[in-house]
Design a protein around this ligand. Sequence first.
Ligand code: MF3
Ligand code: CO
Ligand code: CO
Length: 247
Amino acid sequence: MSIDSPEDLAGLKAAGAVVAATLKECRRAVRAGITTADLDAVAGRVFARMGARSGPQLTYDFPGVICISVNDQVVHGVPGSRRLRDGDIVKVDVTAELNGYYSDACITVPVGRVKPASGRLAAASQAALLKGIDAARAGAPRNAIGAAVEAEVTKRGFHVIRELTGHGIGRGLHEKPDVLNWCDPLDDEPLTEGLVITIEPMISAGSTELEELEDGWTLVTQDGARSAHFEHTLVIRRDQPALVLTA
Ligand code: MF3
Ligand code: CO
Ligand code: CO
């Protein structure tokens, strides 16, 4: 959506605050020994307390409150009986709906002590997200975001998973336009003031080919390589950095 009233902005900010609070509590809860279902329950309690609902559940009938993807699992991991182990990296992807407004963000969290390579992988996704946010200004071509993201990821020796993208968001979870993590020369429409989008670099330390697990949701890297993912929801502005709603 594109924001065109103070009510829209207030509604989106409130939804973004739910996502930020949920990620904060989930990050605190991450430790070796808990199950991904335990982590999902943490998110469920925050949503209940704040009067929010799960975007994935509402929109796609997803079998969880949030998506929790471990190690080689890239996105859409289904919460369940898997226990987090020391050295894992876990992607906590939270989409909340509050009063008809949607907001979406993801963090990659280390479990205990992780190998340096996993730390670098997570740092690369986070740095690429910040570069993308900085490029996301009214008047700039849409593909400036992906160009900035992919340059950072490649510089750090990792690979963008091109088939997964950010997206418009606001009145629904997934809206137009797609927000690529690479530079498609044809995707050069100027960004407009007030447009609400996510930026979310999903990156791999190895193969960027994906496979779906038997659960019908979870996407993993074909070669078992680890992946990292950070995401924010933001509002495009003119002559100033985008307003991040999920910080
Ligand atoms: N949070 C995901 C995103 O960033 C959406 C997950 S919806 C699901 O776009 F149903 F596929 F889980
Ligand atoms: Co998300
Ligand atoms: Co998203």
